[in-house]
Design a binder for this molecule. Structure first.
Ligand SMILES: Cc1ncc(COP(=O)(O)O)c(C=O)c1O
Length: 384
């Protein structure tokens, strides 16, 4: 009998080791991991440079506190700032914490409290980020929610025009809703939000927890859309599996946080920063990011071709290696069978198969995954 809370519907396999795109379970079965631990191990499991950097740090110093100056934090902050619109970085430990920091900064900077988010969004499970999230199932049983979050339909600029007023502190969104179904925002919608925010004195916060750190073929997802947010948040891929996260703000908002405004005991600790520093060295490189885009295009085209023979297939949506394949039926059977056949993928809502392979995935591994997929669809008699 497990001594753990049963808040996860766990799969019945235990992953014991990993190397690049491959992971191995307790029975030594090999899998191609096209989940990357839900968009986390972006440079592959046990990436040698990240391992070397954390090993060195492990023997030198694990933790001091944010009472001390910290050159490795400065170094990682510099890399994040260089790769984005940011001027200042706050380090914390998870996506939800980074979003909490963004919400606090927006409220403090504007002196207002109303924050607009969108239906089907996911921003985390703390009290603030749960209230920000636009999915009832995440909130069930925890009410009443924190006030001052308003949820609007995604990609509906008219609805936003009606709601965004001078009382609004911020609009917060994912440029591609990950947990909500791999739903991309339209460019017009994003540019319209930016314009309206400027007009009304509200901040634009982009939640890059899933779309950031190269996942979509740019350093951060917002960079596809010719917009410049005030705040972005990052987590998942930042430490390649070592828990770490960041809130990145522009010069304009920097001075709203002063000593005592916000903090975190573990945020940006030396081990986390050594992992992030090595990860960013690999990802924040134009050639690497261009390859992510190419591999994403290749994989999603092949998926479209293959699934076209499944009657319930509705289409593939992707940017870089963030890929969602939508069906008009539930996909959990296919996902389970794929797992049995050695390919790990996840769902995004009941009808979408989500693929988030490591950004270092090779074409050979992509082809191998496609072959497992084709065989699984034949086994399941899905093809016509
Ligand atoms: C877009 C987005 N924001 C926030 C979070 C929450 O991150 P964490 O689980 O690290 O708190 C997630 C997690 O899936 C996410 O996808």
């Amino acid at each position: 009998m497990s001594k753990l809370f049963e808040n996860y519907a766990r799969w019945d396999i235990e992953i014991i080791s990993g190397n690049g795109t491959k992971v191995y379970d307790s029975e030594e079965k090999e899998y191609l991991d096209f989940t990357s631990g839900i968009g986390v191990c972006n440079v592959g499991h046990c990436n040698p440079s990240v391992v070397a950097a954390t090993e060195t740090q492990l023997k030198q110093l694990w933790h001091t506190s944010n009472l001390f100056t910290h050159s490795l934090q400065e170094k990682v902050a510099e890399k994040l700032v260089q790769s984005s619109m940011g001027a200042a970085v706050f380090f914390c430990n998870s996506g939800a914490e980074a979003n909490e920091a963004a919400i606090k900064l927006a409220r403090k900077y504007t002196g207002k409290s109303k924050i607009i988010t969108f239906n089907k969004s996911f921003h985390g499970r703390t009290f603030g980020t749960m209230a920000a999230t636009g999915q009832d199932k995440i909130k069930a049983g925890f009410g009443p929610m924190l006030e001052s979050f308003i949820h609007l339909p995604f990609n509906d600029l008219q609805a936003l025009e009606k709601e965004l007023d001078h009382e609004t502190a911020a609009v917060m969104l994912e440029v591609i809703q990950g947990e909500g179904g791999v739903n991309p925002a339209n460019e017009d919608f994003l540019q319209g939000i930016e314009k309206l925010c400027k007009e009304k004195g509200a901040l634009l916060i982009i939640d890059e927890v899933q779309t950031g750190i190269g996942r979509t073929g740019k350093a951060f997802g917002y960079q596809h859309y010719n917009i410049s947010p005030d705040i972005i948040t990052s987590a998942k891929g930042l430490g390649n599996g070592f828990p770490t996260a960041a809130m990145i703000g522009t010069e304009k908002v920097k001075s709203a946080f002063n000593p005592g405004s916000h903090g975190s005991t573990f945020g940006g600790n030396p081990l986390a920063m050594s992992a992030a520093n090595a990860t960013l060295d690999i990802i924040m490189n134009a050639d690497f990011l261009a390859e992510v885009e190419e591999k994403g295009n290749y994989l999603s085209e092949k998926l479209d071709d293959m699934f076209a023979k499944v009657p319930e297939f509705k289409g593939t949506r992707h940017k870089g290696l963030m890929i969602g394949c939508e069906f008009s039926k539930e996909v959990s059977d296919i996902v389970t069978q794929l797992r049995q056949n050695g390919l790990l993928v996840i769902t995004a809502g009941p009808n979408v198969i989500r693929l988030l392979p490591p950004l270092t995935v090779t074409y050979e591994e992509i082809n191998e995954a496609l072959e497992i997929l084709a065989n699984t669809l034949i086994e399941q008699k899905q093809l016509v």
